[in-house]
Write a protein that binds this ligand. Structure first.
Ligand SMILES: Cc1ncc(COP(=O)(O)O)c(C=O)c1O
Length: 430
């Protein structure tokens, strides 16, 4: 029996309506920008597998470091114990993170990195004897699928069944181009109304990924961070997607003149090879938990916190991020995206009339298609596009009517051209 048939009997997949989509493609190996299915078909991974494999799949250098670590120390409890890969990784991350970041807390993935930041914010104020139950988040935000992360994400189809279990969040408009002044004014108004009740403001810096790769204005976002600081509201930059070169800088926060108090990392953190999350914070936040009173401890941890093998994968990925070639590739991809964007703009009207906004930053390129349905994850164009690209050997899952690519940095120009041509062909077919 094929992998796909065996899978169908026993497995429940994420984000999958099994009644409509009972079959999963069995993948047997991967290399660089490609994954190969059990029939031997090759797919170009235009999304770096949910935005994780920044250096490409099965990277030999990461594999070598992971293998060596597995043989030396595979796992150890992280309460009361520590180890070289975690200590080194914390040191190296802090070298790259904004200067105000002083402490590293490890967890398992993007959602848990966000949970940790939210719990740190609430408990900091609790430890000080203050109750601040609210959080500010952006409209259309996505921060993960656990309860805290879901609470601060846009309320919609994903969170509908859980609505009564989510905590109170003030949603504000993000500072997109042309509306930045308005969104800052509204932000000030919300702060003046609720400030004593707000523990933190969480945001995806510069690019809101799941929202459809929506780009924010750096100056306005910096202004929002500044306003929070003045009002004793912590700021959390969720860099789960944007970290590690995705936006053309090491972190998207590097575009901001004001830095957040906490940062959440995952996905590219281990080069996509292992599951791991990190929440970094300022010394002020860490100090808010130091006490003779043991009830002020941050009682949070996971079985696999700071798993040495995941840390080794991350250290290897950090080594790759130091290589000149990596940054050359990021620049090359961005330049190719820009050329493609120009090409699309000059296309005959039967194509360009179907295109709404085109957004580009770093290696991320998003094309919003004009459709009669509204822009949403469930736009009917999504399934049609996903099938079209799979048939062409391209792994690309649009966000509703937004077709986007976030390729691994090692993708070749030839494969990029093939993806661009296929995108045009798809738009022509509509
Ligand atoms: C900005 C952001 N935060 C958090 C998450 C959740 O990460 P994970 O799926 O690893 O839990 C995601 C996932 O796409 C994300 O894009």
């Amino acid at each position: 029996m094929s992998l796909s048939s065996r899978d169908k009997k026993n497995i429940w997949h994420p984000y999958t309506q099994h009644r409509l989509f009972p079959d999963s493609i069995g993948i047997v190996k991967s290399k660089g920008s490609y994954v190969f299915d059990e029939q031997g078909k090759k797919y170009i991974d235009a999304l770096s597998s949910w935005w994780t494999c920044i250096h490409g799949h099965s990277h030999p250098y990461i594999a070598q470091k992971v293998s060596a670590q597995l043989k030396k120390l595979a796992h150890v409890i992280f309460a009361g114990f520590t180890h070289e890969p975690a200590v080194q990784l914390a040191e190296r991350l802090l070298e790259k993170l904004p200067k105000n970041q002083k402490r590293i807390f490890f967890s398992d993935d993007g959602s848990t990195a966000v949970e940790v930041a939210l719990k740190m914010s609430f408990q900091y104020w609790h430890n000080k004897g203050e109750s601040k139950p609210k959080v500010i988040a952006f409209r259309n935000a996505y921060h993960g699928d656990t309860f805290g992360a879901m609470s601060v994400s846009e309320r919609g189809a994903f969170s509908k069944p859980f609505e009564s279990n989510l905590f109170d969040v003030i949603f504000v408009e993000p500072p997109v181009k042309g509306k930045e002044q308005q969104s800052v004014e509204n932000f000030k108004f919300q702060i003046s109304s609720f400030k004593s009740q707000v523990a933190a403001f969480i945001f995806e810096p510069i690019v809101q990924g799941v929202a459809g790769m929506v780009i924010h204005e750096a100056e306005a976002l910096s202004e929002m961070i500044r306003i929070c600081r003045e009002n004793q509201i912590f700021t959390i930059a969720d860099e789960v997607f944007t970290g590690f070169g995705r936006t053309g800088k090491f972190f998207a926060s590097d575009y901001l003149s004001e830095k957040a108090d906490m940062m959440c990392l995952s996905k590219g953190l281990t080069g996509g090879a292992m599951a791991m999350g990190v929440t970094s914070c300022t010394e002020e936040i860490f100090n808010g938990f130091l006490s003779e009173d043991r009830m002020k401890t941050f009682f949070h941890g996971h079985s696999f916190t700071a798993n040495p093998v995941a840390c080794a994968a991350s250290l290897a990925s950090m080594d790759l991020m130091e290589r000149k070639d990596t940054w050359k590739n990021i620049k090359r991809i961005e330049k190719r995206h820009q050329q493609f964007m120009k090409q699309v703009s000059s296309l005959k009207s039967q194509v360009s009339s179907k295109i709404g906004d085109i957004r580009l930053l770093g290696v991320m390129l998003a094309i919003e298609l004009k459709t009669s349905d509204k822009t949403s994850y469930f736009n009917s164009i999504r399934d049609k596009a996903a099938k079209f690209f799979l048939d062409k050997g391209i792994l690309l899952r649009p966000l509703g009517n937004v077709i986007y690519i976030v390729p691994p940095y090692c993708i070749s120009d030839k494969d990029l051209n093939y993806i661009y041509d296929s995108i045009i062909e798809f738009i022509e077919s509509l």
